[in-house]
Each structure stands twice: as C-alpha cells, then as structure tokens.
Design a protein around this ligand. Structure first.
Ligand code: BGP
Length: 458
C-alpha cells in the first residue's frame, strides 16, 4: 500500500472555454475559438464548436455536487477573460455573479477552487490588435488579472496565470492547431515572450494588491529523452529541452532565461522585441508553486539535413519514434508513467524543490460507449490502470523528497477538446451531449473515490 501525504490535493481540472458553454450569452464577448468556428466550422471534429460546451454555466451546481460525491477536495478551472471583461475594460456583473456562485458552491462542499486566468482563450478584440504579438497584450492581461484578484480574491487562495503557455505559442504560430494558425518561428518566439511578460505582470499585480494565498503557473513539462548519448543526439535533446521545458520553467522559477535558450534564439535570428527593465521584472516575479501537466514524453534525435538558421523547431531536433513505446491509439500519445518520476526529481534537484502538483494527467479515448455495461456505466479499466501507474511513479518521487502536494485528473466530466470536439473523452463522468449534457459516472470515478478516501493506492 502506498499512502500519500496528509492534506494531499485530490481533484480534477478543466477550463472555461471547454466546459462553460453559453459562449454567446450574458455579455460574454467572442474569443478566437468562437470566431474561428464561425469562419471555418469544417476544421472542428463533427463541426462541434465552442458555443455549447458541457453546459457548466448552467449546470455547475450539479457538477459540484458530483465532485462532493466523489470526495474531491479541489478543482481547477479558469475564468473566461472575454466573459469577465468583454471589452477588456468594462466589468460584466453577470460574469462576476456566475463565478462567485460557482466558486462559493465549491467551497461549501469542501472543494477548493484553484483558479487559472488564461487557457488558450484569447479575446477577439485583442486578437484583432495582434493578440500576444503586441506588447499591449501584457498590460491588458495585467489589468484583467488585477480585476480577477479583486473580485474573487476572498474565495480563491491558489491562483495560476496561464495553462501550458508553450501550447498556444506552438499551436497558434507553428503547428496550426490554434488561431491564427500561422507558421512563423520568429513570431512564435515573440508570442512566447509577451506571454511570459503577461505572466510577470499578473504576478506583479498579485503581490502589489497584497492578496492572500499563492500564485503559480501551469506548465506542461514534457520531459525530453534523446535517442542516444551521441553528441548530435545530445545537442538535439538540449535544444528540445531549452525550447519546450526551460523556456518558461527557468524564468518563472529561477527568475532568468537559460543561457542555452538565449544562445539558440540568437544563433537562429529569433530574438524577440523586449523593453528596458524586462530582465529585472522577470527576476522579481518568481512563483510560489507550479502546476505540472503531464501526458507524454518527447523523444528526439539529431536532424540529418537541418535548415540553418532554423525555420522550424524540427530544424533543431527531430522526432524519434521509440520502438518500445506504448501508445494510446486514440490520441496518438505515448504512455510513459516513469516520466512523472523524472519530472518530480528534476524539480527537486534543479529547481529548489519548489512546491508543485500534477495539474493535469489523463487519457482521452474515443467511442467510450463501446465499454458501457448494462447499467450504463462505462468500464474504463484502461483509465484506472493509467492513473494507477502514474500515481505509483509519483508516490515513489514523493517518498524520495519531491515536494508534490496534489494530483488532478484531466478531467472531471467529459469536455470539449478544441479542434477535436468531443471525439476523445477524458472524464470521470460521461457527458451525453445529445441528451441535455447528462452526466453518468464511469467506473474510474468509483475507483478514484476509494483512492481519495484512503489517501492510498495498492
Ligand atoms: C492539455 C490542455 C487541455 C486538454 C488536454 C487534453 O494540453 O491543457 O485543455 O485539452 O490537454 O488534450 P486534448 O484535448 O487535445 O486531447
């Protein structure tokens, strides 16, 4: 039996755009997702867009009751910037009421709300000005963060600024999965830089307002493994690590960019525009804790014929297809729980053993209704095995001193997955999108409840 520390956070994570629905009501303005769906619905799986995602705007009380039933003690979601401040300046009282009621209902059921400010949902008014490419976005985000802290600071004690900031950089400006779906390495680096400065501005506002509680950020610390220890493979690994892991991790925890990243952007003519004083601003804005999302590792090898200077990350490192990998065929992601141990030990050994928690981990599976039994309960044993194996690795790292204070599953009730719509399901609860968003527990919810009650896995 493996027991977790007292007070360990057990919960689940989600985001505003993927769960709230009601995207076009009660004063919310449009985001890039609303607009992109309007322009190109064919890009979205089965043409299911962001307008009516899992209906949490109306059904939150039911969900919170189900969280209590499962004995979750914490839950992370995000605030929609475009709902709270539809034009970036004017406070939407209906949004304030909704979020206050939502967070209060969690608190009443002993579920701590952990609240994130940005989960890939850029307001359209700001996108029209260039989104994260314009420096104006930094100040705009700082103002939004300040308002959020003032409106909800009495209810929320753990804040995070961004979810996986590297993802909107690469998906929006390299790989075409997010709007504006352009392919431009230099613009991507600029977007990343302004995102970091927006985070810095939000941390500044939090400290300046003397809010109680703590502030952090959620990073997908995708661990990088090289094909071999040959110097060319190691160089590829170092570049992948600098771009994908250290790019945000070092400035937010250590207060400065890693030397290898600075060298890489200089060598490849990718230096972003910055302002005097940014270096000091970054140094002053280190976080209190980290959320770490982990799904799959990154395996890399040397590139045989790179373009110099690099036009794309794969001029710096090539993907390596490890023959022994175990794969989740629905999402196409490798399953490798050992990486969670490696992340945990790296945070302990190289990042001052900063307090952190697993803010997302999970398994997306298509057509789960195939596994439904006669009582209508999906027998998701694959998910139970997935969570069990990751918790085993996490427990080992905690025993060895890594400062991990919780584990959150992606996700609580099936939610909308961007361009993938509702294809892959991740929830402890099934959501029937054709039948009033009805929630039905899956087998994994009962298993998880007993883990939580005993604070222990076998
Ligand atoms: C994370 C995101 C989530 C969620 C999850 C699953 O990277 O933070 O928003 O979507 O991945 O991925 P997907 O929905 O693409 O299958």
């Amino acid at each position: 039996m493996k027991t977790f520390p007292d007070g360990f956070l057990w919960g689940a994570a989600a985001s505003a755009p993927q769960t709230e629905g009601s995207a076009l009501v009660d004063g919310k303005s449009l985001t890039t997702w609303d607009k992109w769906f309007e322009m190109n619905p064919e890009k979205f799986d089965k043409q299911v867009g962001p307008k009516d995602t899992s209906n949490v705007y109306r059904q939150y009380a039911e969900d919170v009751q189900l969280m209590e039933d499962m004995k979750l003690n914490s839950y992370r979601t995000s605030i929609s910037w475009a709902r709270l401040l539809p034009d970036g300046k004017t406070l939407n009282q209906k949004a304030v009421d909704f979020y206050r009621n939502y967070f209060l209902s969690m608190i009443e059921k002993n579920v701590e709300p952990i609240i994130n400010l940005f989960h890939f949902d850029m307001p359209w008014w700001l996108m029209e000005k260039g989104g994260w490419e314009t420096r104006e976005s930094v100040e705009a985000f700082g103002y939004y963060a300040k308002v959020a802290f003032e409106q909800f600071g009495d209810l929320v004690h753990r804040w995070t600024t961004f979810n996986e900031p590297i993802v909107h950089v690469e998906c929006g400006y390299l790989f075409e999965f997010h709007y504006p779906a352009v392919v431009d390495f230099k613009r991507a680096v600029q977007v990343g830089y302004h995102t970091l400065m927006a985070h810095v501005e939000a941390v500044k506002q939090f400290r300046k307002g003397q809010h109680t509680g703590e502030i952090g950020i959620i990073l997908n610390l995708t661990p990088v493994y090289g094909k071999s220890d040959a110097p060319e493979d190691l160089k590829a690994k170092e570049a992948a690590d600098a771009l994908n892991v250290k790019s945000f991790l070092d400035p937010v925890v250590l207060g400065h960019f890693p030397a290898e990243l600075i060298q890489l952007v200089k060598e490849n003519d990718l230096l972003p525009a910055s302002e005097a004083g940014d270096k000091e601003r970054i140094a002053r804005a280190t976080v209190d804790f980290l959320g770490v999302n982990y799904y799959q590792p990154k395996r890399v090898q040397a590139v045989s014929h790179p373009t110099v200077p690099a036009k794309m990350p794969n001029d710096l490192y090539g993907e390596y297809d490890w023959p022994e990998k175990k794969i989740n065929p629905y999402r196409g992601w490798e399953i490798y729980p050992e990486a969670l141990y490696d992340i945990a030990m790296r945070l302990k050994n190289e990042y001052g053993n900063i307090p952190w928690y697993v803010s997302e981990n999970g398994m997306g599976v298509a057509e789960e209704e195939r596994f439904m039994n006669d009582e209508g309960i999906i027998q998701d044993d694959y998910r139970i095995e997935f969570v069990h194996d990751h918790l085993t690795e996490l427990h080992k790292a905690i025993e060895e001193g890594s400062n991990c204070f919780g584990y959150h599953m992606w996700t609580f009730a099936d939610c909308w997955s961007w361009l993938n719509g509702y294809r892959n399901r991740y929830g402890f609860y099934r959501v029937d999108i054709e039948n009033d968003f009805k929630r039905t527990p899956k087998k994994s919810s009962f298993w998880m409840k007993s883990v939580i009650q005993q604070n222990t896995i076998d």
